[in-house]
Design a protein around this ligand. Structure first.
Ligand SMILES: [Zn+2]
Length: 189
């Protein structure tokens, strides 16, 4: 995570575009839907804290089976997200209670992730299911190879309307996105 706020501060600010609370690990499915929705939005990252009620009250997660819970969560993360998702799981103490923090980011080359066969997207603190049309629109906007431009360098900020550079690979001709400054060009959203 780029900006590192303390957990207390995050919880005080409440649920948002990038933060969701789930009071119990039994809400794993809903939590993962929310995570999917957050990383699919333009901010491309999200955090779910288990052990906190939606209103911000710290209730703590069920004690005793933390290892099992973490394993089950990791396994679900590996098997139910397409493309596969890299996520971090942390256990922390907050107001004397145990909470589990799950966070993830979407890499820019992935237009969207699906969880259990469905793509979700976050608007404010609501999670909405993407329609086929919306998925196609997201792909058109985020997929570098089919994007019509312009592109912007992630290092020097240079904008280009046309990519002049192509490389020939085994699978045909590909655009390359190297800027002369060493950065990479990405679609301007
Ligand atoms: Zn550059």
């Amino acid at each position: 995570m780029t900006q590192e706020l303390s957990l207390e501060e995050l919880v005080r600010r409440g649920e948002s575009q990038t933060l969701e609370f789930k009071k119990s690990l039994s809400l794993q499915r809903e939590g993962l839907q929310a995570l999917c929705a957050m990383i699919n939005s333009d901010i491309a990252k999200g955090t779910v804290v288990f052990g906190i009620e939606p209103n911000g009250t710290v209730c703590g997660i069920e004690q005793g089976n933390l290892d099992t819970a973490q394993r089950s969560l990791s396994q679900t993360l590996r098997s139910r997200f397409e493309p596969q998702l890299t996520a971090q799981i942390r256990i922390e103490e907050l107001s004397g209670k145990t909470v589990l923090i799950l966070s993830a980011e979407r890499y820019r080359s992935i237009p969207y992730h699906e969880y259990d066969g469905r793509a979700w997207v976050r608007q404010g603190s609501e999670n909405l299911k993407l329609s086929l049309d919306e998925k196609q629109r997201l792909t058109g906007r985020r997929d570098r190879d089919s994007h019509p431009g312009p592109w912007q360098c992630d290092r020097c900020g240079a904008m280009v309307g046309v990519l002049h550079s192509f490389e020939i690979t085994n699978s045909g001709m590909r655009k390359t996105y190297q800027c002369e400054c060493g950065g990479e060009f990405w679609p301007v959203s």
